[in-house]
Design a protein around this ligand. Structure first.
Ligand SMILES: [Zn+2]
Length: 182
């Protein structure tokens, strides 16, 4: 059995222990995500484990999924997206340099890992979960074909004013051509 994530976690100790966590987080526990979505259909479900991989690199591996409500950019109604995000982070030490600026040691990490610079301070591990959900959000949320409540034609008109303007101009251009011929 894996325990839910604690509010504070020493990631280096978690790696040392090979700690594994699983649980759920409500939208209220993920305020940055809450600001980016219209709502959620249930909590986020996550699994996250800390360990050293074959290359002795400290890693945090897992996955998170959550059904969120976004605003369809075509009909402006809610659209439910099921976010599914793998978590594959290489934990690297960020140290403070003599000039007070943060320095990050950048070891070679495998291609499938994203680098996560960490100091010696405990972290809120839900931040990692929230980051992955934010990255998984679609840039332009829209209903699938046939599910959108906006007629395709009106949707195109709203989203493509340049095309509409061009369509308005064309008939006059045709008239002008006819006039010059007559
Ligand atoms: Zn729609």
């Amino acid at each position: 059995m894996s325990a839910p994530l604690p509010q504070k976690l020493d990631p280096w100790r978690a790696v040392h222990l090979g700690a594994a966590f699983a649980g759920s987080a409500t939208l209220a526990q993920l305020p940055r995500l809450a600001a980016a979505v219209a709502g959620a259909d249930g909590p986020a479900q996550y699994a996250l484990r800390f360990e050293r991989d074959e290359a002795r690199q400290a890693v945090a591996l897992g996955q998170v999924s959550m059904a969120v409500r976004l605003i369809c950019q075509r009909c402006l109604k809610d659209v439910v997206y099921r976010l599914e995000a793998p978590i594959a982070l290489a934990l690297v030490r960020a140290t403070t340099g003599a000039d007070g600026l943060g320095l990050v040691q950048t070891p070679e990490v495998a291609d499938h890992l994203d680098t996560l610079p960490l100091g010696e301070e405990p972290i809120n591990p839900l931040d990692l979960i929230e980051d992955e959900l934010l990255l998984a959000l679609p840039l332009v949320p829209m209903h699938g074909v046939g599910e959108c409540q906006a007629a395709l034609s009106s949707g195109l008109t709203e989203n493509a004013p340049a095309t509409e303007a061009a369509a308005r101009v064309n008939p006059f251009a045709v008239l002008a051509t006819l006039k010059s011929k007559g």
